[in-house]
Write a protein that binds this ligand. Structure first.
Ligand code: SF4
Length: 361
């Protein structure tokens, strides 16, 4: 019955677990073994993060993007998509609405919009900081070190820059004209500037193997990331990966659980993508290591136009639905809603002092 207990304990205790051990866990097929993995991850979540379900409110303020990521519906070649940029008035109205739910983190997200003015976003950050008691997370892609510095000095707390795959060849195959090394450089700059930084990957990408996913988890561990988002691949009909098979929910959940066991105290969301498969798997995510929920506060009509992948569950979820949804989940799971800013659980000194390479040999 406890066949994999030793394996899980070894991975948990290791400073850096072996790829082989991670791969073996990712390949588990028996229900009882997978349940044991999930229960182990849930215990690690409880020990290191507590029982709070942290809420983050996301506002997608522009869907313009000059990139051509093969998995994404916002790719610049998608001429069917109606593009938008919210103005400052619309954005602050959405932030006020978010604040009325007592949520203390706003995630400002956009495509890589060439017309995103550094000073415009600087003003937005300063405005949020002066009017609300709120943490600001940015997710606007690769920018110059000067832009990152200015935003940080203006009060931005966190930055999401997912790697999607830590395998340089796989990364290159789905990110035309992007550079893996440059991505790592940006992460290094963000860390030096003192941002809490978020990474993450996509499960089920064409060409990805369990070994690739195991390496991603090692990448997360080495990178000592404050936040890690793991979501299944969902093909978009107007992307280069149109028509391909979507990512497997079980593998996604196994990867989430294993990431919890290996990284221990990173904030890990039950991603919106997990809610968009054949059923809503966000609750399952919260039961196997996740401690964060992202709620979408992008106002209509923009919300339906921010279509990285199709049929987003949250597209039709008004915020009050979200509220009862999360209350019910928390009650069912014996957890509580954490309305704090919920900064990183990692020691700031440790993060700033860390000079280790993000990719190991
Ligand atoms: S993943 Fe991000 S950078 Fe790539 S096309 Fe989509 S919005 Fe643009």
């Amino acid at each position: 019955m406890f066949k994999i207990k030793g394996l899980l304990n070894r991975v948990y205790a290791a400073r850096l677990p072996s790829i082989e051990d991670l791969e073996q866990i990712l390949s588990l097929q028996k229900d009882e073994e997978i349940e044991e993995l999930f229960a182990f991850a849930d215990k690690v979540r409880k020990d290191f993060c507590g029982d709070g379900i942290i809420l983050r409110g996301i506002i997608e303020f522009s869907n313009f993007c000059f990139r051509e990521c093969s998995y994404c519906g916002l790719n610049k070649g998608n001429h069917k998509l109606e593009r938008y940029r919210m103005d400052k008035g619309e954005l602050f109205k959405a932030i006020e609405y978010l604040a009325s739910f007592n949520i203390k983190t706003v995630v400002l997200q956009s495509g890589e919009d060439e017309r995103l003015d550094v000073l415009w976003l600087t003003d937005v950050i300063k405005g949020i900081k002066s009017r609300f008691d709120m943490a600001v997370t940015l997710s606007v892609g690769e920018r110059s070190a000067d832009d990152y510095r200015l935003w940080r000095q203006s009060g931005a707390d966190r930055y999401l820059l997912k790697i999607e795959s830590s395998d340089a060849a796989l990364y290159a195959s789905m990110h035309p004209k992007m550079d893996f090394g440059k991505r790592l450089d940006r992460l290094g700059i963000l860390r030096k500037l003192g941002y809490q930084i978020g990474s993450g990957n996509i499960i089920g990408l064409p060409g990805q193997t369990l070994k690739t996913i195991a390496r991603d988890i090692i990448f997360f561990k080495r990178g000592d990331f404050d936040m890690i988002g793991i979501g299944p691949f969902i093909p978009h009909q107007y992307s280069r990966f149109a028509g391909l098979k979507e990512g497997d929910a079980r593998i996604s959940l196994k990867a989430l659980a294993l990431t919890r066991i290996v990284t221990k105290d990173a904030h890990i969301p039950a991603t919106t993508a997990l809610g968009n498969l054949d059923k809503d798997y966000r609750r399952d995510g919260l039961k196997c290591g996740a401690n964060v929920l992202m709620l979408n506060f992008t106002p209509q009509p923009y919300r339906r136009l921010y279509e990285i992948y199709p049929h987003k569950e949250a597209v039709n979820e008004p915020a009050d639905f979200c509220n009862s949804y999360i209350d019910n989940i928390a009650k069912d799971l014996g957890r509580f809603i954490d309305y704090s800013k919920a900064d990183s659980l990692k020691g700031t000194d440790l993060r700033l002092a860390q000079e280790t390479s993000l990719v190991g040999g």
